[in-house]
Structures are given as structure tokens and as C-alpha cells.
Design a protein around this ligand. Structure first.
Ligand code: AMP
Length: 307
């Protein structure tokens, strides 16, 4: 197993201008696990759910060769629940409910079978939990990727800074990069975030794509222009999952490989937003991915004379 994922496995209730759902399968680690499996990368999830979490969802992971040994089931507890409502532009959302439930006292345990993971992807969770996972690894993974959000900047900044200092690749959105660095310019923000620890800084810009910064270099990709975006939930997690899985497949973690990984992440995220929750990404197969990567190539390749 090359990729170890730590993050929420959850129930979500989502409302967009196009409709709403009851409690459906969600959580950062869920999107990441499904995405890795589509790309043919075996991953393992470390998380916690309650006794209310359906066995069929765990079976779905197992069928996809996502190792669920590290998903603790607290029989008397309830699974983490998040509810959100998107505004008409789909770029902004209100959180209607966050019921932390079993995540409140989450003490991650890493099964022996996952100790040898080369890549550790720390999904958006309390930075103290993220730090404890790193401490529990027998050997430091070759690459530590961190996803986080403004909520932890507001409530646990000091711990978050300790976690960031131990991170190789950080993935955050533009507003969060500005908040974390105190710089409006994303170039200046990335510079400051480099100084905090990560050698690679990914800044996501929603429908405007993403930037990758490393060692005075920058690479930019667009998001695929889609006729219809239905539900953006999980796009960031799918992006991180595609990025990490591609690197796990290649086994090299340099800037050039990361440029391709960024494209794969963006292509995978473009599926997630087409239906509610994990509905669309669950239908995707390898040939769909190739099709989308081809579209990306056509979108971004051009000839121009520079001399
Ligand atoms: P994204 O749309 O990429 O920001 O991720 C949405 C997913 O994150 C949903 O499936 C939620 O279940 C999950 N989520 C939302 N808030 C939290 C939180 N505070 N901790 C862990 N997971 C969360």
C-alpha cells in the first residue's frame, strides 16, 4: 500500500440551486479513497465512524481495494455529519450544521499494514490529529501532503503552524493562502508559506484552476470549463486524491511530476462536481479519465514563438 489517507468519512446533506439531498456518503477520505482506486492506486484510510455507518459503504471501499482496516467503528457513537448550502454562484457556501460526533475524540490508530506507506495525505482535520498521525508512523513517509482550511487557522493556528512545518506539500485555496500569509498577492503568499516549511505550495482557485509553487518556479492550470457544475462538494478532496495517487503511481516527487499530478487532480475533480456528493465519481472508469486528460491537453497546449 503506497498511499495512506487520514480524513473524515462522513454523512453529508447538501443543498445547491439544483436540488437537495438527505444524508449521503461524504467526507474527505471518502473522496480521496474512491479517486485513488479509479487511478489504480491501492490506498488505506485511517478514520472513525459510528455504529450508524452502513456496512455497504465499507464494502464499497473494500471492493475498490481501499483498505478499511484503519476505519475505527465506535458502535455506540454517531458518524460525523456535515450540512451545507451553496449560493447561486456555487463558489460560496454556508455550513448549516457540523455534528462532530465520533470525530470529537478521534485518536487515530495506524494498522501495521499501513506503516510502510510512501505518501501520507492528511485530509482536512484538526491539526493536532494530523500531527499525531505523523508521530505514530514508524518511519516518516517520503512525502507528506497536507490539506487544511480557514477554520483551523481561526481556532488552532499554533498547532497548525507546527503541522505545516512538517509538511512537504500544502494544498489550500486562495482565500486561505491569503489568511495564512497575510499577503494579498498569491505569489507573495506562496513565498511566505514556503518559509513556514512546505517545499511545494498548491493554491486552489476553484473554477479558475490551481497554482503550484516550488523553488522560485510556478506552474498554473485551469479548471476544465464545464457546461454545468451541479455540486462542488468534495472537489478539493478529489483534487488532492488525484494528485497524491498520481504521485504514488509514479514514485517520484519532483516538480515536473507534480505538474502532471496537478492536471490529474483537476481532471478528477471535474467529475465530482457533475452530480451530488460521490455519485458521479463512483461511476467513473479509467477510460473516462483518459478522455478528460485529453480534453485538458487540448485546452492547455499551444504553439507560440518566443524568439
Ligand atoms: P470540500 O468540498 O472539498 O471542502 O470537502 C467537503 C467534505 O469535507 C464533506 O464531505 C464533509 O463531510 C467534509 N468536512 C466538512 N467539514 C469538515 C470538518 N470540520 N472536518 C472534517 N471533514 C469535514
Amino acid at each position: 500500500m503506497k498511499l495512506l489517507v487520514v480524513g473524515s468519512v462522513a454523512f453529508d446533506a447538501i443543498e445547491t440551486p439544483f436540488g437537495k439531498t438527505d444524508k449521503i456518503l461524504g467526507g474527505a477520505a471518502t473522496y480521496i479513497g474512491i479517486t485513488s482506486s479509479i487511478l489504480g492506486v491501492k490506498s488505506g484510510i485511517v478514520s472513525v465512524v459510528g455504529g450508524d455507518f452502513p456496512q455497504e459503504y465499507l464494502d464499497m471501499f473494500t471492493k475498490r481495494e481501499v483498505n478499511v482496516e484503519g476505519i475505527e467503528i465506535v458502535k455506540e457513537g454517531k458518524t460525523f455529519f456535515w450540512a451545507g448550502k451553496y449560493h447561486n454562484d456555487l463558489n460560496t457556501r454556508d455550513t448549516l450544521a457540523t455534528e462532530v460526533n465520533v470525530l470529537e475524540n478521534f485518536d487515530p490508530k495506524i494498522p501495521d499494514s499501513m506503516q510502510d506507506a510512501e505518501i501520507l495525505l492528511l485530509g482536512n482535520l484538526h491539526p493536532g490529529v494530523q500531527l499525531s498521525v505523523l508521530e505514530k508512523m514508524n518511519n516518516r513517509p517520503k512525502l507528506v501532503i497536507l490539506d487544511t482550511m480557514n477554520f483551523w487557522m481561526d481556532t488552532a493556528l499554533e498547532t497548525l503552524m507546527q503541522m505545516i512545518a512538517k509538511t512537504d506539500v500544502i494544498s489550500i485555496n486562495d482565500e486561505e493562502a491569503r489568511q495564512l500569509s497575510g499577503e494579498y498577492s498569491l505569489v507573495k503568499a506562496a513565498k511566505k508559506i514556503h518559509e513556514m516549511g512546505p517545499k511545494f505550495v498548491i493554491i486552489k482557485k476553484g473554477e479558475h484552476g490551481a497554482l503550484l509553487f516550488h523553488d522560485h518556479k510556478v506552474f498554473a492550470i485551469p479548471a476544465l470549463p464545464l457546461e454545468e457544475v451541479f455540486d462542488p462538494t468534495g472537489a478539493g478532496d478529489t483534487f488532492a486524491g488525484g494528485f497524491a495517487a498520481y504521485l504514488a503511481k509514479k514514485g517520484t516527487f519532483d516538480f515536473e511530476t507534480m505538474k502532471s499530478a496537478l492536471i490529474v487532480g483537476s481532471a478528477m475533480a471535474s467529475f465530482t462536481v457533475e452530480k451530488f456528493g460521490t455519485e458521479r465519481i463512483q461511476e467513473v472508469n479509467e477510460s473516462d479519465v483518459f478522455g478528460r486528460l485529453k480534453q485538458f491537453k487540448e485546452l492547455t497546449t499551444f504553439n507560440v514563438e518566443v524568439q
